[in-house]
Design a protein around this ligand. Structure first.
Ligand SMILES: Nc1nc2c(c(=O)[nH]1)N[C@H]1C(S)=C(S)[C@@H](COP(=O)(O)O)O[C@H]1N2
Ligand SMILES: [Mo]
Length: 203
């Protein structure tokens, strides 16, 4: 007699499963997509859009929209966590990996400042932008990224609280020394790991 085959449920991979086990501490699940902006939504024409990568030595590399969109892009399915306690599971984006943008750029800096149209800034270690952990996203849920969610393009760094995912991104500046961005200088945690509940300074 042959033993029964093992029962394998195809959707069960790693820790991606339904239920509160996927939520960082202190977060609740939301199905809608709240809009959180510290100011008005800027209007950026694609003809005027550009993305600038500035190295710690001041060298600048820029991409127009068409140059940016000619880069290889990937589909990203990820959970997102806002410091105001909502989390959204399995969001689907399309974007260009920061690894692609940083390729061939001599960078020995340890930190980065993301800068947005409208003036928003947020800082993070350069390592957190590398190795498939961060993207410049231009599509969400199969549609062009809506202006209120950061369109034409936003930074997406889903392993950190969502304030690090700068909407309407226009550039990233590499820095030898760390410096706080907008929320970080107003008391938000400098790093912002949702799994360690690093919401505010001192967490
Ligand atoms: N340029 C810019 N990016 C920003 C913000 C902002 O005010 N301006 N808010 C941040 C915060 S606090 C959060 S929670 C998310 C919200 O993204 P959403 O509006 O797409 O939900 O964007 C982040 N990126
Ligand atoms: Mo936020």
């Amino acid at each position: 007699m042959t033993p029964d085959p093992p029962i394998v449920s195809p959707g069960f991979v790693g820790r991606r499963r339904a239920g509160s086990a996927t939520l960082p501490p202190g977060q609740y699940l939301t199905e809608d997509f709240p809009v959180l902006s510290a100011g008005p939504t800027p209007t950026i024409r694609l003809d005027d859009w550009k993305f600038a990568l500035t190295t710690e030595s001041g060298d600048v590399r820029t991409w127009s929209w068409s140059e940016f969109r000619a880069l290889p892009s990937v589909s990203i399915t990820t959970d997102i966590h806002c410091v105001t306690r909502w989390s959204k599971l399995g969001t689907v984006w399309e974007g260009v990996s920061l690894d692609t943008l940083l390729e061939g750029i001599p960078a020995t800096a340890s930190f980065a400042m993301a800068e947005s149209y409208g003036g928003y800034t947020t800082n993070l270690p350069l390592a957190d932008l590398r190795d498939g952990k961060a993207w410049i996203a231009f599509r969400y849920g199969g549609e062009d990224l809506a202006p209120e969610h950061g369109g034409p393009a936003r930074l997406l760094v889903p392993h950190l609280y969502l304030w690090k995912s700068a909407k309407w991104i226009r550039g990233i500046t590499l820095m030898r020394k760390d410096r706080p961005g907008f929320w970080e200088s107003l008391g938000y945690n400098n790093y912002g790991d949702p799994w360690r509940e690093q919401r505010y300074w001192g967490d």
